[in-house]
Design a protein around this ligand. Structure first.
Ligand SMILES: C[S@@+](CC[C@H](N)C(=O)[O-])C[C@H]1O[C@@H](n2cnc3c(N)ncnc32)[C@H](O)[C@@H]1O
Length: 185
């Protein structure tokens, strides 16, 4: 996860503003088994200075969530079985996340579904927080950028990852692109 760590530091950190006394809160939507949990906690600790960190992961698949709970039980993290299109009804989650992450967003597999997930994710971002996506594919990244901007998100930056690791499927590559958004207004 060294590559993701570097990517977050270069692309996201310059735009994050976490007061030194506050907890840094990350919501990782559609997190799967959350391979990146330890990386996110380390990143958050470096940003918050207070070292107070909370990572919440959510996915609709029970198997992945159980795996995430088992693998990352030593981290300041919790993993929720949650339909990310219905976060609105989950008021206790709060709407004050410093960062909402959708790693390897899956827009291609259901544009309408993913628009809803993006919309719900944006609502969970604090006023000066960020929504971050990464993508496996060029085209899928572009479609997600368009969709998020269509939902009113402001694109701060989008970067290609020169250290992305190629996968077997043509054109597919780990964290091939990253983009950072803030909520408008
Ligand atoms: C391409 S995988 C990415 C998983 C993980 N973020 C990663 O980078 O390995 C897409 C994930 O979206 C999740 N997902 C799909 N629909 C969802 C929904 N409505 N609510 C929450 N998660 C969902 C799937 O279960 C799957 O884990």
């Amino acid at each position: 996860m060294q590559v993701l760590k570097g990517l977050l530091q270069e692309t996201v950190a310059p735009h994050l503003h976490v007061p030194s006394t506050e907890e840094m809160r990350i919501l990782n939507l559609a997190c799967g088994q959350c391979d990146e949990a330890a990386t996110l906690v380390d990143f958050a600790k470096a940003q918050s200075k207070s070292e107070q960190v909370r990572l919440i992961g959510a996915d609709i698949r029970i198997r992945e969530i159980l795996q995430a709970r088992e693998r990352h039980s030593h981290l300041p993290a919790e993993f929720l079985l949650e339909d990310a299109t219905k976060l609105k009804s989950h008021k206790e989650l709060g709407e004050d996340f410093n960062m909402v992450l959708l790693r390897h967003q899956n827009f291609w597999h259901g544009p309408e579904l993913w628009k809803k997930i993006f919309e719900q994710g944006l609502e969970k971002v604090s006023d000066d927080g960020l929504l971050v996506i990464t993508s496996y594919f060029d085209k899928e990244h572009q479609l997600a950028l368009d969709a998020l901007q269509g939902l009113g998100a402001e694109l701060i930056t989008t970067q290609s990852n020169p250290l992305s690791r190629k996968l077997i499927s043509p054109g597919k590559s780990v964290d091939k692109h990253i983009a950072v958004f803030r909520r408008k207004g």
